[in-house]
Design a protein around this ligand. Sequence first.
Ligand code: G1P
Length: 293
Amino acid sequence: MLNVTKAVFPVAGLGTRFLPATKASPKEMLPIVDKPLIQYAVEEAIAAGITEMIFVTGRSKRAIEDHFDKSYEIEAELEARGKEKLLSLVRSIKPSHVDCFYVRQAEALGLGHAVLCAEKLVGDSPFAVVLADDLLDGRPPVLRQMIDVFDHYHTSVLGVEEIAPDESKSYGVIDGKQWEEDIFKLSGIVEKPAPADAPSRFGVVGRYVLKPRIFKHLRALRPGSGGELQLTDAIQSLLADEQVLAYRYSGTRFDCGSKLGYLKATVEFALRHPEVSSDFSEYLASRMPELQI
Ligand code: G1P
């Protein structure tokens, strides 16, 4: 059986939905309470058994490399000051059994192009694609759920959720038939259709488990929605060669590429953070009367 041990994290996008085009700091480095989004994504991948993290970065996105690099100075300083708790936290950012690889996407030509940039590092194995600005909170972690589906059916698996009809313009929307509870057999997929053209109510979230044959289709891509090379279009073309499944994951998604989603994630994760939850809930409660007016 082929194990999924590699994950590709495209982090070169501009993040213009949330912040005005920030070149210097990728949006994946924005923290939710005390950890950057990319750290949540990597922890989800580790929990799914992935050990090789492949980051597709871009110009001026080096903060990701720095974050996962060993920080001798900080560790020595914390050790000298006897700050054991902080020290183990810093050391847990990248556990020793995990390896990080970086490849640069010279031009932001779209998600399909970003994944194609990782081809040489992925090689001929199944792999995950994780969009860290979709923060998924699931038990077991969503990527684990999806790899379980992959291990069972040995076909590519897309994470999906039910979306409101007027949201179709923000998602890849699948066409297909329900096969089992929460599993759909794909017959097509469209990137960001107008509501009237959406083939179903199920939109793809930022989690994919793909078989390496996708690279053949990524190489042949022509610009699609928004003039970009779309992963969605390569998946549509992959369907001519092999079966693809969509899996309705169990969990909650926070769209941290949008201001509202980012704020919701911050509130939820703060409410369960051992250090701040009690003071923070008190603060929120104190704001309630005013908000209900
Ligand atoms: C990308 C994909 C889209 C998918 C979405 C999930 O779009 O192109 O198919 O539904 O991620 O977050 P983006 O949000 O980068 O525009």
